[in-house]
Design a protein around this ligand. Structure first.
Ligand code: ZN
Length: 259
């Protein structure tokens, strides 16, 4: 196995089972990993913000209120159209009654039979008009709860929209704070990564990506702290006797072992 660093390479190789000080590159790698894990945690927190899930729920409520309002408004519009139609019919009936009565009492018609027929017609139209008026009253009675429902839905919508605005502001503020923290840690991470050879860093990043988090782990008393499994005795001996800068990976999990 080839070491990345020349310093300390010769002294570490015959140190037996005692703790060999890790190379600065591997120590820097552990630091980079700490920063990476801290960033992972922050990004996880960012994607699971309570304000964002509350905002989603709130927007669903806004949508539900809007569709309910649309439904009630359509019902109200239909009732209004019905009322308008009834009013027009009532006006027309009144107009016809007025016109017949004008002829009846205007002196133009004198035949008793004709006058009787006209009186009958007036009576008939008046009865029909009375029915129309009843229907109009019923229509107005139907409109009242619909108007109330729309007013209540408008109030609910205003409240839900105000809550959505508040949650949006909160989510933005929380995201901004996390982004700031991530940027600050990323800078420290990059500084630490500067002391690590490119191929070691690339190897670490590939393992980290594959395993979803940890690319390197300390080897403590023959146990890989990444997967918590003991290294086979032969492997452990080999790891302990290797050049401190040599890159050794755990056979079980594949992580870079830092001795
Ligand atoms: Zn392991």
């Amino acid at each position: 196995m080839e070491g990345y660093l020349s310093e300390g390479g010769a002294t570490g190789s015959h140190a037996g089972d005692q703790k060999i000080s890790a190379s600065p590159a591997l120590e820097a790698l552990m630091q980079v990993q700490e920063y990476d894990l801290a960033i992972d945690q922050l990004l996880y927190r960012r994607s699971h913000l309570e304000a964002i899930s509350a905002l989603d729920a709130c927007m669903k409520r806004v949508g539900k209120i809007a569709s309910e309002r649309q439904r009630v408004a359509a019902e109200r519009d239909a009732a209004i159209a019905r009322q308008d139609g009834l009013e027009a019919d009532i006006a027309q009936a009144s107009e016809r009654i007025r016109s017949i009565e004008k002829r009846m009492y205007g002196g133009e018609v004198s035949a008793a039979r004709e006058l009787e027929a006209m009186a009958h017609e007036v009576e008939h139209i008046a009865s029909r008009r009375s029915e129309l008026e009843d229907a109009e009253i019923q229509c107005m009675e139907e409109l009242e709860p619909l108007d109330q429902a729309i007013a209540a839905l408008d109030k609910d919508a205003a409240e839900a929209e105000a809550q959505a605005t508040r949650l949006e502001e909160r989510a933005h503020a929380e995201c901004d704070a996390i982004d700031e923290e991530v940027a600050s840690i990323a800078k420290q991470r990059d500084d630490a990564a500067g002391g690590i050879p490119g191929d070691l860093l690339a190897q670490y990043e590939a393992i980290r990506k594959h395993l979803g988090g940890q690319g390197a782990a300390r080897l403590l008393h023959g146990v890989c702290t990444g997967c918590h499994l003991s290294l086979p005795a032969v492997e452990h001996q080999r790891a302990m006797h290797a050049d401190p800068g040599a890159i050794i990976t755990c056979e079980q999990c594949g992580r870079i072992l830092v001795r």
